[in-house]
Design a protein around this ligand. Structure first.
Ligand code: SF4
Length: 331
C-alpha cells in the first residue's frame, strides 16, 4: 500500500447458522405464486451469480454486479426484486428512483461494503486535494456519493486506465482487486484495506487440494480472492477472471473440468451457461451467508406485500448516480 493506511472498522460477519437450508414442502406452489405475482405487479427479478440455485432458476436475469446494474437501468418493469445484497438494491434504486425496488431480506448485507464509510473517503480526499476516488460497486450509496468512479471486477482495469496520469487515486474497498488492477495497469494507487470475508478465506491449499482431486482441471480464479496473489506468483501467466469472464473462458477453453475459485453459487451459473463441462467449487465453505438469505419464500412474500423496499434519499442519489453512470459508460 502507498499513502496513509486508513483505519478500517471490523467487518460484520453473520452467523453461519443462517446458512441452514430450508425444506419447502410447497415449493411448486411458491414458484406458481411468484409467476402470478410477477405478472400482476409488472415485476422483474434480478439475481446475482452467487444466489441459491432455485433463486437463479426463477430469475429473469442472472449476472454480476455490472450486468445487474445494466438490467436495472433499462428495465420497463415497475417493480424490481433484487435477489442479491443491499448495496445492489441501492444501486438499482439510484438508477430507478421512480420504481419500487425490493430486497426480500434486509439483513442481506456485505462484509466488504461494511469496511468503507463515506467519512473514510472524505478523510482521504482532504489529505489528497484533487485526487480521484474509484470505488468497487460493493459500497453503500453514501460512499458512492463521495466517489468519482464506480467499477466492478469486470471493468476495474478499464476504469483505472481511463484516469488522467499524475493524479492521486484511491482504490477502495477491496485490496485484492486493487492488487490485480495495479498488476494489470502498473498504476500506483492508494488502496483501502478491505476484503470480502468469503474470498479472503480461500487459501492456496484449497486450490491445491482440488487440483489433486481433479488432475488437469483448469483454474478459474476471481481477483477478489485472498489467495490470488500467492497463486499468481506460483503459476506465472495465470489469468484472473471476473464472474462473467469465467463464463467466456469456460466456453472458449478446450478443458472439460474447471475449479471455480470464488463463491460457490457461481458453479450454478457456469453449469447452466456452459453445459457439458464439469465445474467444481474450490471449497464448499466459500459460501456467502448474505447472498443465501434470499429464498423463494421471501421473494414470494416481498412480491405479495411490495416490501421490504430499498430507497435512497434524493441528495445522496443525485451524487451517487454520477460515478455509477461513468462506470456504465466505460464498459
Ligand atoms: S460474496 Fe463477499 S463481496 Fe459478495 S456480497 Fe458476499 S460478502 Fe459481499
Amino acid at each position: 500500500m502507498t499513502g496513509t493506511r486508513p483505519v478500517v472498522p471490523p467487518a460484520q460477519i453473520p452467523h453461519r447458522d443462517l446458512l441452514q437450508l430450508q425444506v419447502l414442502p410447497d415449493e411448486n406452489q411458491i414458484r406458481a405464486d411468484i409467476e402470478r405475482l410477477r405478472k400482476e405487479k409488472n415485476a422483474v427479478i434480478l439475481a446475482h451469480n452467487y444466489q441459491r440455485p432455485e433463486v437463479q432458476g426463477i430469475a429473469d436475469f442472472v449476472g454480476d454486479s455490472l450486468g445487474l446494474s445494466r438490467q436495472a437501468a433499462k428495465t420497463d418493469a415497475e417493480v424490481i426484486v433484487f435477489a442479491g445484497v443491499h448495496f445492489m438494491a441501492e444501486t438499482a434504486a439510484i438508477l430507478n428512483p421512480q420504481k419500487v425496488v425490493l430486497l426480500p431480506d434486509l439483513r442481506a448485507g456485505c462484509s466488504l461494503a461494511d469496511t468503507l464509510t463515506a467519512q473514510g473517503v472524505r478523510d482521504w480526499k482532504a489529505r489528497n486535494p484533487g485526487g480521484l476516488v474509484v470505488t468497487y460497486v460493493n459500497t453503500t450509496a453514501d460512499v458512492k456519493a463521495e466517489s468519482d468512479y464506480c467499477c466492478t471486477s469486470g471493468n476495474a482495469v478499464q476504469v483505472v486506465q481511463s484516469l488522467p496520469e499524475d493524479t492521486p487515486v484511491l482504490f477502495a474497498p477491496d485490496r485484492f482487486l486493487a492488487a490485480h488492477v495495479i498488476r494489470e495497469t502498473g498504476r500506483q494507487m492508494d488502496v483501502w484495506d478491505g476484503a470480502c470475508h468469503v474470498h479472503e478465506a480461500i487459501r492456496p491449499e484449497d486450490i491445491q487440494g482440488q487440483q489433486a482431486a481433479y488432475p488437469g482441471a483448469e483454474l478459474l480464479i476471481h481477483p477478489e480472492c485472498g489467495c490470488s496473489t500467492r497463486v499468481l506468483s506460483a503459476i506465472p501467466g495465470l489469468q484472473l477472471y471476473s464472474t462473467e469472464g469465467m463464463i467466456h473462458r469456460a466456453q472458449a477453453s478446450d478443458a472439460q473440468t474447471f475449479i471455480v475459485v470464488t463463491e460457490t453459487g457461481m458453479v450454478t451459473r457456469l453449469e447452466k451457461d456452459v453445459p457439458g463441462k464439469t465445474f467444481v467449487p474450490v471449497s464448499r465453505t466459500a459460501c456467502c451467508e448474505y447472498m443465501k438469505m434470499i429464498t423463494l419464500e421471501n421473494i414470494r412474500d416481498s412480491l405479495q406485500n411490495l416490501q421490504p423496499r430499498v430507497t435512497v434519499p434524493g441528495a445522496i442519489r443525485e451524487r451517487a448516480l454520477v460515478p455509477i453512470e461513468r462506470m456504465l459508460a466505460i464498459g
